[in-house]
Design a protein around this ligand. Structure first.
Ligand code: ZN
Length: 239
């Protein structure tokens, strides 16, 4: 018998799943607001049309579902065979008919949701590997997807903004982005201090650090490479 509710009884995980589902619903809403012709228009990402964004978000759900299946079965199934294969798949997906593209998003989202729903408590701590090679518990897949759907809803470039993204998600995004800067060694001398937030992000232990401030939404948009607060401080595009 198939469960109709999440098998996990962990309230934190249930809450995280709710955020992922809200983000998925938000992306679906923005995608549905676009006419078939408008799918050909530019996204916010360099070189990508809205079709590329929709295809990527669909294939990303499939890739994350492979990680959840890995956690459930112990059979290693990576997100993508290679970075090249990932990119080729997106380019291919962008050529699909509008109905096929919309079906890709809908079906892959439902499939991922079923994989999450049916994963028993004991399997959520099983380790899987992300496309970047990080080993993470299966529970991390929920955040991985949450980040994608909210951010790429903005990238559809039809009215969604960082103001639409819940504050806890923006803060966690800032944590991810500044951690990536630290890994690359590009966070030197920069602290991000959103107005109204109790903590800073980035190079916080450096007393000589320059501080960038703005609303949480503005500053996260900038850090994610989606808007210019200060063009002299380029932020890499986060996809
Ligand atoms: Zn992405």
């Amino acid at each position: 018998m198939v469960a109709r509710q999440d098998l996990t009884s962990d309230p934190r995980l249930q809450d995280a799943l709710l955020q992922a589902r809200r983000g998925t619903a938000f992306f679906a809403r923005k995608l549905n607001e676009l006419s078939d012709d408008e799918l050909d228009g530019d996204s916010l990402l360099p070189g990508w049309t809205r079709r590329h964004v929709a295809a990527h978000v669909g294939y990303n759900a499939r890739a994350i579902a492979r990680l959840v299946e890995w956690a459930a079965t112990g059979v290693e199934t990576p997100m993508y065979p290679s970075p090249q294969a990932r990119n080729q798949e997106i380019d291919f997906g962008a050529t699909l008919s509008p109905i096929a593209l919309r079906n890709l998003f809908d079906h892959s989202s439902v499939h991922l949701n079923v994989e999450w729903r049916d994963l028993p408590d004991a399997s959520w701590s099983n380790h899987v590997k992300t496309a970047q090679g990080r080993t993470v518990p299966a529970s991390e897949t929920v955040w991985m997807r949450t980040r994608e759907v909210w951010l790429h809803a903005v990238d559809l470039n039809n009215g969604a903004g960082f103001n639409d993204i819940p504050a806890p998600i923006l803060e966690r995004l800032l944590d991810d982005i500044t951690a990536a800067w630290k890994t690359r060694g590009t966070d030197n001398g920069l602290v991000i201090a959103p107005r109204g937030s109790e903590r800073g992000f980035g190079d916080v232990s450096n007393p000589d650090a320059a501080t960038i401030t703005g609303t949480l939404a503005e500053i996260t948009a900038w850090a994610a490479g989606r808007s210019g607060i200060d063009a002299t401080l380029p932020a890499p595009v986060w996809i």
